[in-house]
Design a binder for this molecule. Structure first.
Ligand code: VGL
Ligand code: ZN
Length: 207
């Protein structure tokens, strides 16, 4: 009668998680000016992730990594080159900077991606440096947040699973573009089908 499933359905019992010091890494994906309101490729409410991810950046016991989209001025994903996006996150320009309110000083390694003009790179794992760092530090579990849910977050989460990591998606720390309505919902489904678990920050005990 009072089994777990029944309790969960009736009273919405919240599953809680805990950060494991030493084996867990935080990956903040592309929280850059151009992806936030006022930027050239603004994700709706993209800056809402900043206070959420700052809290994660202040937690102890996590390896803290971030990726940034870091394109050459003639990147193949840009409209003038026949790509789908307006020019954005051009390396060494203000639009490519991390959001000014993100506590970037707490980030231990900042990984550039999309640096090759001829290749799109949505996933942080497109930069071999990411996997190398995770291996070097003995990381087994990833906590991932940032922008955008339906592009770089999704790609990084799926690659994390492919590379054998346990992956938690910080649900309140992501926002999506939804070019076609439903893209974000579909991305969330894909990530979960790949075995990623969606958690809200307040369900996670951090050190
Ligand atoms: C991204 C579109 C183009 C992302 C990067 O960070 O999600 N989206 N480049
Ligand atoms: Zn890009």
């Amino acid at each position: 009668m009072h089994n777990k499933a029944l309790l969960r359905r009736d009273f919405d019992v919240i599953e809680s998680h805990q950060v494991n010091a030493g084996t867990d890494a935080l990956i903040v994906v592309d929280v850059q000016r151009d992806f936030c309101p006022g930027g050239v490729l603004a994700v709706p409410d993209g800056d809402d992730v900043v206070p959420v991810l700052n809290e994660w950046l202040r937690a102890a016991g996590l390896l803290k990594l971030a990726t940034r989209d870091w394109h050459p001025p003639d990147h193949c994903s840009f409209e003038p080159q026949g790509g789908p996006w307006p020019p954005h996150c051009v390396r060494n320009t203000p639009g490519a900077e991390l959001h000014p309110d993100l506590e970037g000083a707490r980030i231990e390694h900042l990984i550039a991606k999309g640096t090759d003009a001829t290749r799109e790179a949505y996933s942080g794992f497109d930069s071999p440096e990411l996997l190398a760092l995770l291996k070097k530090h003995g990381i087994r579990r990833l906590w991932i947040g940032g922008l955008a849910t339906d592009y770089c977050v999704k790609a990084t989460v799926l690659d994390g699973r492919e590379n054998g990591f346990e992956v938690f998606v910080i649900e309140d720390g992501i926002r999506g573009i939804d070019v076609t309505p439903g893209d974000v919902a579909q991305a969330s489904q894909q990530m979960q089908q790949a075995g990623a678990r969606f958690v809200r920050s307040n369900q996670v005990r951090k050190a």
